[in-house]
Design a protein around this ligand. Sequence first.
Ligand code: ADP
Ligand code: RBF
Ligand code: MG
Length: 188
Amino acid sequence: MNDNMARPIVPIPDVPSEPYPLKEASHIVSGFGRGSSDLGIPTANVPISTLSEEFRSLEPGVYFGFCRLKENKQTELVQPTKGIERKVVFNYGCELNSDQTSTVYPHVMSIGWNPFYNNKEKTAEIHIINKFSSDFYGANINFNILGYIRPELDYTTKEALIEDINIDIKTALKYLEKRGYKDFSEYL
Ligand code: ADP
Ligand code: RBF
Ligand code: MG
């Protein structure tokens, strides 16, 4: 046993159930850059202001679903994240190849204040379950939410957080393979 908060067991139904499926379209902005550098798990951050009222009323926590990336030609829509001074290269997804823009990827999404890092703003971040060879800041992303995995937790170590995210990834893949979930892979 360690002294981290226990990960609660949340039952996941065999098919998406109310209020899911939810579907959103947004674009990717920059955050603090901790996902790749500190955790080794990059997350595509989407501005909460671009998301529906229904989405914004979701409990903080970890969710899963499918997503698809697309090059963003309307670059003026991408606004810098308030309060975060960090220079990254925005290529708006122009380096994504046709294979990458036609593939539907599974994802796990974290919504909330990241208690482990004590963030002051609520964030919505998507870890796409795939290895990419380059970044795609500014790209468009269509995603759905098909289920809820667990609440946001605080951790005493970074390793415990990483371990839990890896369990989240395994859980998402297991459910997204089921017929009832796979049926929503084109609902984007
Ligand atoms: P930030 O705090 O700016 O979001 P991250 O360290 O979380 O920084 O890295 C996120 C960026 O990494 C994304 O915006 C995207 O361009 C890129 N990226 C590369 N691979 C992935 C992936 N599998 N899932 C999400 N983003 C990825
Ligand atoms: N941060 C937390 O502080 N607590 C969590 O329980 C937590 N769960 C996450 C689950 C997933 C699937 C992902 C992708 C991220 C999670 N994070 C959590 C957010 C993590 O702290 C964040 O992605 C990094 O700070 C990079 O922005
Ligand atoms: Mg991120």
